[in-house]
Design a protein around this ligand. Structure first.
Ligand SMILES: Nc1ncnc2c1ncn2[C@@H]1O[C@H](COP(=O)(O)OP(=O)(O)OP(=O)(O)O)[C@@H](O)[C@H]1O
Ligand SMILES: [Mg+2]
Length: 234
């Protein structure tokens, strides 16, 4: 049965009293990967952090894993099955790979099954791992916890295409098991390769939304919207 894991209705989000995300309507259901695309500064991270409970919404409604208390924070949402992967790779750099995995909410074996290359890195401080290895560690820890809703920001940042492909395949497998996934990504081609649906944000507003197939057919237009934002800025 499909359930709605995340529903934002007229969501306003931002900093102090300055909204940078306006009237956002967005839904992520169990079993689907939803892409949130847009140029630098469009408001993707702000929307994601607000949905996670790391930032308080400035207005509108937010329903996350059956709860709709706007005062609820990230910790409570995580206890109900939300996982957040931020673009700082979400690892504790001074702890070893093993210690990082032990801090997760799931068994270490599951993380190692998804990313066997972590096995030989277990005793190394996470800060000494490569970018791709750190991202595998962060995602491995999250996968092992069997989240119901995963919010991930810029997984592909600075990584080789083959590593990104591994990460996205692991995320596809997680969604196929029923997890709802919201993927923030600037690399349109990459994310549209796995997304079931998606939204394009421009200056904090949704300018395009559709199924994966519809968005793939509009890829040129989406890529152009990035340029439009860049050239009309400032
Ligand atoms: N801590 C902050 N205080 C004030 N404004 C901020 C803060 N963080 C971000 N902003 C502003 O909010 C807007 C949206 O930023 P956000 O980080 O959500 O964009 P983004 O789509 O994630 O961009 P990128 O692709 O560069 O990560 C930008 O104009 C940014 O300058
Ligand atoms: Mg961002």
């Amino acid at each position: 049965m499909t359930t709605t894991a995340l529903r934002a209705t007229g969501l306003m989000a931002g900093y102090g009293d300055l909204a940078v995300v306006h009237q956002l309507d967005l839904e992520v259901n169990s079993g689907e990967i939803v892409a949130l695309m847009g140029a630098n500064g469009a408001g993707k991270t702000t929307a994601l952090l607000t949905a996670a409970g790391a930032m308080k919404p400035l207005g509108g409604d937010l329903e996350v894993l059956g709860g709709s208390d706007p005062a609820e924070g990230l910790r409570e949402r995580a206890q109900r099955g939300l996982a957040l992967l931020t673009d700082d790779r979400s690892v504790f750099r001074s702890l070893t790979t093993r210690e990082n995995l032990r801090l997760g909410r799931g068994p270490m074996d599951l993380a190692l099954a998804a990313f066997p290359e972590l096995e030989r890195l277990l005793d190394r401080p996470a800060g000494l791992l490569s970018g791709g290895e750190q991202q595998m560690l962060g995602l491995g820890r999250v996968l092992a916890a069997r989240p119901k809703l995963l919010l991930a920001d810029e997984l592909s940042l600075g990584l080789a295409p083959i590593v990104v492909h591994r990460l996205l395949s692991a995320i596809r497998a997680l969604a196929d098991e029923g997890c709802a996934v919201l993927l923030v990504e600037q690399q349109v081609r990459l994310v549209l390769g796995v997304a079931d649906r998606g939204y394009v944000l421009q200056r904090g507003r949704v300018t395009l939304a559709g199924t994966g197939a519809e968005l793939r057919a509009n890829r040129a237009e989406i890529e152009r919207s990035y340029l439009a934002t860049a050239t009309t800025k400032g």
